[in-house]
Design a protein around this ligand. Structure first.
Ligand code: SF4
Ligand code: MG
Length: 332
C-alpha cells in the first residue's frame, strides 16, 4: 500500500539571473506504508533536498508529492497544511544544531504538541513528555535540562522524541547517525526500528553510502546529481545492481571475507561529480560511467521498471540502444 507517491519532483534553486541549481531534477518513486526506504548518494546529489521537498519544508519547483492520495504541494487550507505538518516529521543530521539551545528539553519536545493542540493542560503535557523521554531511552529528569548537557547520541534521542510527539505517520531521517560515534550508531538505529514496529511508522532514511542502509531498508533508491539512478528492494539491489553507478557504489563496500575481497572486481568511478548548475547532457552519469555509449550524451535515459519493483534509468537496459551498442562493438 502506497503512503507516498513522488511524481516527477523537481526542486531548483535560483543562483543568479540565468542559473539554477538543479538539486532535484525529475524524480519519481513510491514509499509504501510501514517500510523504510533508504535514499543514498554522494554528498550534493540532492537527497537531503529531496527529503525536505517531500516534507514541504521546500516548495516544489514542479511535480507532486501525494501523501495518502493528496498532493502536499497543491494549494491547501491552513487546516490541511497543519495536518500534513503533523503527519510528516523530520529527524535531522546534526543533533547539535537542530535543538534550540535556550529551550529546555521538555519544551523542545512539547513544542509540536502545543502547536497542534494535542494536550489539554500542563499535567497532561508533562505526562506526555515524560512518556516520550522514556520511549527514547531517557528519563523525566532529563526534561528540565538544556541540550548542551547531553551527548550526541542523547541529543539525537531528544530529536526523535520531538518528532514522535505529534504522532506522525511518516518520518524523514536525514543522515541521523552520520554525526554520531560508531559505538552509538547501532543504538540509534535499533531505537528507530523498535519505534517503527511499535507505531507502524514509515521512514525515508537518507544516508551517503549503501553499507549504512543495507540492514535497515526494505527498499533503496540511489541518487546521482539530482536524478534517481535506481530503485529496488534491498535484496534485489545488493544482489543484482543494474545501474553502473550502483554497481560502483557496491563494489566500494569492503567485504569482511578476505578471500572474496581479494578476488573481487572493484569498479572505479573516475573524476569529480559535475556541477548540478550545468549538468552533463543525456545521462548525467556519463562523464564518469565506465559503460558509457554514444547515445548516453544525447538522450536522457528513461526511468523504467526493468523487472517487478526494480526501476532503473540507464540505456543499457533499453533494448533499442543496447542493440545499437552491441552492433557497434561488433563492427569495431
Ligand atoms: Fe552509463 Fe549510459 Fe547507463 Fe548512463 S545511460 S549509466 S552513461 S551506460
Ligand atoms: Mg545532506
Amino acid at each position: 500500500e502506497k503512503l507516498l507517491e513522488i511524481k516527477n519532483l523537481k526542486k531548483h534553486f535560483k543562483m543568479d539571473r540565468n542559473n539554477y541549481l538543479k538539486a532535484v531534477d525529475d524524480i519519481s518513486f513510491d514509499i509504501y506504508k510501514g517500510e523504510t526506504f533508504g535514499l543514498v548518494g554522494e554528498s550534493g546529489c540532492g537527497k537531503s533536498t529531496a527529503g525536505r521537498t517531500i516534507l514541504r519544508l521546500y516548495e516544489a519547483t514542479e511535480g507532486a508529492v501525494n501523501f495518502q492520495g493528496e498532493n502536499v504541494h497543491a494549494k491547501k487550507s491552513k487546516k490541511d497544511l497543519k495536518k500534513f505538518n503533523r503527519s510528516m516529521q523530520m529527524i535531522f543530521q546534526d543533533p547539535y544544531a537542530s535543538l534550540n539551545p535556550r529551550m529546555t528539553v521538555k519544551d523542545i519536545i512539547a513544542e509540536g504538541m502545543d502547536i497542534h493542540g494535542l494536550v489539554n493542560n500542563k499535567k497532561e503535557r508533562t505526562a506526555r513528555v515524560n512518556e516520550l523521554l522514556e520511549t527514547v531511552g531517557l528519563n523525566a529528569d532529563h526534561g528540565n535540562r538544556y541540550p548542551h548537557e547531553f551527548s550526541g547520541g542523547q541529543r539525537q534521542r531528544i530529536g526523535i522524541a520531538r518528532a514522535l510527539a505529534v504522532n506522525p505517520d511518516f518520518i524523514v531521517a536525514d543522515e541521523p547517525i552520520s554525526a554520531l560515534d560508531v559505538s552509538i550508531q547501532a543504538q540509534v538505529v535499533n531505537l528507530l526500528k523498535k519505534l517503527q514496529r511499535e507505531r507502524g511508522l514509515t521512514y525515508l532514511f537518507i544516508a551517503h553510502d549503501l553499507s549504512m542502509v543495507k540492514h535497515i531498508s526494505d527498499r533503496v533508491g540511489v541518487m546521482y546529481l539530482g536524478n534517481m539512478a535506481e530503485v529496488a528492494t534491498s535484496d534485489d539491489l545488493y544482489a543484482e545492481p543494474l545501474h553502473p553507478y550502483t554497481q560502483a557504489l557496491l563494489s566500494a563496500i569492503p567485504i569482511s571475507d578476505p578471500e572474496v575481497e581479494r578476488t573481487r572486481e572493484r569498479i572505479i568511478v573516475e573524476g569529480d561529480v559535475p556541477s548540478p548548475i550545468n549538468p552533463p547532457s543525456g545521462c548525467r552519469f556519463r562523464t564518469r560511467c565506465p559503460m558509457a555509449m554514444e547515445i548516453c550524451s544525447k538522450v536522457v535515459p528513461e526511468w523504467q521498471e526493468h523487472s517487478k519493483d526494480h526501476w532503473v534509468a540507464c540505456h543499457l537496459y533499453n533494448d533499442k540502444y543496447n542493440e545499437e551498442n552491441k552492433a557497434r562493438q561488433n563492427l569495431a
